[in-house]
Design a protein around this ligand. Structure first.
Ligand code: ADP
Length: 629
């Protein structure tokens, strides 16, 4: 029914002639037209404009009734404002006309129609019951640019005459003003709608921003979820909202699906939701469950049409519509965010999108908090484990130190006595004494050797324990490391001689003074040298070097042994650790020499470590802070 061609008045209005008797009357009518035009074009609200158009048309044409059939998008009359009929009369008439019969004829024609008596017109379909009787009709279309907006219908002149040509052109002129007013009103409505959209968008962004900010600030999921639920409720104009998290159902409350159900962590507007008694929804047979299974939003426009679903109860209101969006992080669904309304069809596409945006924020919040809680639990477990290890370590220390103390005295007696017996036995052997079994002499040698080793072990253990517990004071002085090295070389010389190893010293020409305990530092260097002798093959060279490197003085001991495997270079400084290269050989070893050396070094604020030597073997380096001359 939509027309594309602009209207063309059927009859051109005849211009009023001056001095004529009817001229005054016509001028009056033109002035009335002008007043009507000003009135209708100064109003912007569409409903008001429509009413003003019918009222002024009726007045201008001097008739009893007027109506305006406004075309809807389907081409039929969508609105039908009237003038001259009371509210009660209108109600009695029931549904307004849609555009059949004469009105339809006019709409289809898209031009002015003047009928002296509609009751005799063959095109009419008749009035509904209670319709006031009507005779003459003037119908004038309203065109807005090339679009037919609708028709103005005027019936029954007050003086019972027919509508005149003058009436026709006056109403046609009014129709052109009406078109302008309607265009303005339409634009105004569009503006208002756009403004509303912008406002809604802004409110939505602000709410999302608030929630996102809260997430960044908070490690408390409940705080963020509360904000999400409240903001969603407010922005969707919902009567309630809730976040349900999926979790195993307690045995006494298992639903038909068995293992899982939802419980609301936070909700607004729902009945009986105490924090200690969360609201449960079954996984099967709920909107939340559907959203969970489908992994996308679910809308129930009217719960009366879904008798098989279970819904929560709104506080003080009757639930009618529900929207539920899943809370997804990666592949995992954490739960569902739902909003509830107390009227049907409450949630449109925009509402769903909005809830989805809030859902995404809530999912991130819940996910972050879970990660945070996991990390905290992990940290606490690690701390507990460390504490337990520290306790075990200190129990072990305690035990070793007590054992070493207790062993020292009897061990001294054994060592001295065994030494004496061994000496006697060797003397007797030298004199070829009878009755002395040579195997006894060998056994006694083993006893002496064993007790010497135990003695060394007990001494090392006690020494390390004392050092570690700060029970050993250092006799600190300025010490030239070159002297320390010279003494250590002299002390260990027999070890190298025994194994036909050459020990070469390279002592720096320059000043190499450190603050320290001379004897303790000698102990460290002796340990490094005796290890070099012990772990390098016979007849190989060992080098010891003293030099300044930056702010430090370094002593390095290099041998041609097997070296230390990369992953053991730190571990050999732990107590009782013996390198994998030497576990099977019979080298006398306690695994305490290097820990003692490191302890002493650290008490001197220095460092000690091992590096692989180019071409094989190891270089042990002791570095101590240099004293400025
Ligand atoms: P011990 O020598 O009594 O075993 P240490 O604490 O002095 O105890 O040494 C720990 C381990 O370090 C040794 O068992 C050995 O495997 C390794 N190690 C020490 N010095 C050397 C070296 N010069 N070359 C190769 N390995 C060494």
């Amino acid at each position: 029914m939509r027309k594309t061609a602009p209207p063309r008045p059927e009859t051109e209005p005849t211009a009023p002639q001056p001095g004529d008797a009817s001229t005054n009357h016509q001028v009056q009518r033109l002035l009335a037209l002008n007043r009507a035009a000003v009135a209708i074009t100064s109003e912007l609200e569409l409903g008001q404009v429509l009413q003003l158009i019918v009222d002024s048309a009726r007045e201008l044409a001097g008739c009893r009734y007027a109506a305006l059939g406004v075309l809807g998008p389907d081409g039929y009359i969508a609105r039908f404002p009237t003038s001259g009929i009371s509210e009660t009369e209108r109600e009695q008439l029931g549904t307004p006309p849609r555009g059949h019969g004469l009105l339809g004829v006019m709409l289809r024609a898209g031009r002015t129609l003047r009928i002296p008596n509609i009751n005799t017109d063959p095109r009419r379909v008749g009035f509904p019951p209670h319709h006031p009787p009507m005779t003459s009709l003037l119908g004038v279309p309203i065109w807005v640019r090339d679009r037919l907006m609708g028709d103005l219908y005027l019936t029954d002149k007050i003086d019972d005459s027919e509508f005149s040509e003058e009436d026709e052109w006056l109403v046609q002129l009014l129709a052109t003003h009406a078109a302008t007013a309607l265009t303005n009103a339409e634009l105004h409505t569009e503006n208002l709608q756009a403004l509303q959209r912008v406002r809604r968008e802004r409110a939505r962004f602000q709410a999302l921003f608030r929630v996102t900010e809260a997430i960044n600030r908070s490690v408390e999921a409940s705080e963020v979820i509360k904000l999400v639920v409240e903001s969603a409720c407010e922005l969707l104009d919902a009567a309630g909202a809730a976040v349900y998290l999926i979790q195993p159902a307690p045995p006494e409350d298992q639903d038909s699906s068995g293992k899982f159900h939802f419980s609301a962590r936070y909700a607004v507007g729902l009945e009986d939701l105490a924090p200690d008694a969360p609201y449960y929804l079954p996984l099967e047979g709920s909107t939340a469950g559907r959203a969970y299974r489908a992994r996308h939003a679910q809308v129930v426009n009217d719960i009366l049409l879904e008798p098989d679903l279970r819904f929560p109860v709104l506080a003080g209101k009757t639930l009618r519509a529900v929207v539920a969006v899943p809370l997804i992080v990666g592949d995992e669904i954490l739960g569902v965010l739902s909003a509830y309304a107390d009227y049907p069809q409450a949630f449109d596409n925009e509402a769903v999108l909005l809830l989805e945006a809030f859902g995404a924020v809530a999912s991130t919040a819940i996910h972050n908090v879970r990660l945070y809680e996991d990390a905290r639990r992990g940290r606490e477990a690690a701390e507990r484990e460390q504490q337990r290890l520290r306790e075990l370590e200190s129990m072990k220390d305690e035990f070793l130190s007590t054992a070493a103390h207790e062993l020292r005295t009897p061990l001294t007696s054994i060592r001295i006595s065994a030494g004496l017996v061994q000496e006697q036995m060797h003397q007797a052997t030298a004199q070829d004494a009878p009755l002395l079994d040579p195997r006894m002499v060998n056994l006694m040698d083993l006893v002496v050797e064993g007790s010497e080793r135990m003695h060394a072990l007990v001494n090392d253990l006690l020494d390390l324990t004392r050092l570690e517990h700060g029970r050993t004071a250092l006799a600190v002085e300025d010490v030239d490391l070159r002297e320390v090295v010279q003494t250590a070389v002299q002390t260990t010389r027999p070890l190298f001689d025994n194994r036909n190893q050459t020990l070469v010293s390279h002592l720096s020409e320059t000043y190499c003074v450190v603050r320290g305990d001379r004897q303790r530092l000698e102990q460290v260097v002796i340990n490094l040298l005796s290890n070099a002798s012990k772990y390098a093959p016979p007849q190989t060279p060992v080098e010891i070097r003293v030099r300044r490197v930056g702010d430090e003085c370094q002593v390095s001991v290099r041998d041609n042994g097997l070296g230390v495997p990369t992953d053991e270079r730190e571990r050999i400084f732990e107590r009782f650790y013996r390198g994998s290269n030497h576990r099977r050989d019979r080298t006398a070893s306690t695994g305490l020499g290097l820990p003692i050396a490191r302890q002493i070094t650290e008490m001197h604020h220095g460092r000690i470590w091992v590096e692989p030597a180019p071409g094989g073997g190891s270089i042990f380096i002791l570095a101590l802070p240099l004293v400025r001359s």
